[in-house]
Design a protein around this ligand. Structure first.
Ligand SMILES: C[S@@+](CC[C@H](N)C(=O)[O-])C[C@H]1O[C@@H](n2cnc3c(N)ncnc32)[C@H](O)[C@@H]1O
Length: 195
């Protein structure tokens, strides 16, 4: 993300939310290049791991911390804080409605802010990534989008949230459950008007 969009990260000014942050893999990479990071996840176990590593690194909570919260648009979680950049890595395929999540995240962006989504790229073969057992998807109950997303999916989804798809690209490849998988990053840009 940082290599592709260097202008989005300013260590003196950029406020960043890492949504569905897990233990903070992405936050720890981005931390030196932004002013502050708030991680958000629904799993208390993940949040505890995240914050333990932050304190072990000697970072102040004002610089980087994570909170266990189920964000809802109508609520006032995070005390009305809005962010310059929101990142969400390897979580979109878990969300039943990526449109609802994207609208929610857009509401936490500053005017003209950026949403960066990284996830599984749905290739033209559209092969299943997650294992099958007796003809059924073992992971069906936890993985809503078994095959990931393509550029059209992200363009449509961002549009429903008032974001413009500024960029979409495959940034790296790897293996998941023994299958070759490409991973994309999509950059959604908010309007200059406050949401
Ligand atoms: C595969 S992990 C990705 C973690 C991290 N973003 C990374 O790239 O290493 C998916 C994470 O999404 C979180 N998650 C799932 N649904 C969520 C929701 N509705 N709100 C916040 N976090 C959620 C899970 O608890 C889990 O930590």
């Amino acid at each position: 993300m940082r290599q592709r969009y260097p202008d989005l990260f300013d260590e003196d000014t950029t406020t960043l939310m890492d949504y569905a942050c897990g233990t903070g893999l992405i936050s720890r990479e981005l931390c030196p290049y932004v002013k502050s990071i708030v991680g958000v996840d629904i799993s208390q176990g993940m949040i505890d791991q995240f914050n333990l590593r932050v304190s072990n690194q000697g970072l102040a909570p004002e610089e980087m911390r994570a909170v266990c919260v189920d964000l809802k648009q109508e609520n006032h979680e995070l005390h009305g804080t809005k962010f310059d950049v929101i990142v969400c890595s390897m979580a979109y395929h878990h969300f039943p409605s990526i449109e609802d999540v994207t609208r929610l995240l857009a509401s936490f962006l500053q005017a003209g802010g950026s949403l960066l989504v990284a996830d599984i790229y749905r290739d033209t073969l559209q092969t299943d990534i997650f294992p099958h057992e007796h003809g059924a998807h073992v992971h069906e109950h936890i993985v809503a989008h078994q095959r990931g997303f393509d550029e059209g999916d992200m363009r449509r989804t961002f549009k429903t949230a008032g974001l413009e798809l500024k960029d979409f690209g495959i940034v790296t490849s790897g293996k998941m459950h023994g299958k070759d998988v490409d991973f994309f990053v999509a950059h959604g840009l908010g309007s200059g008007v406050s949401p």
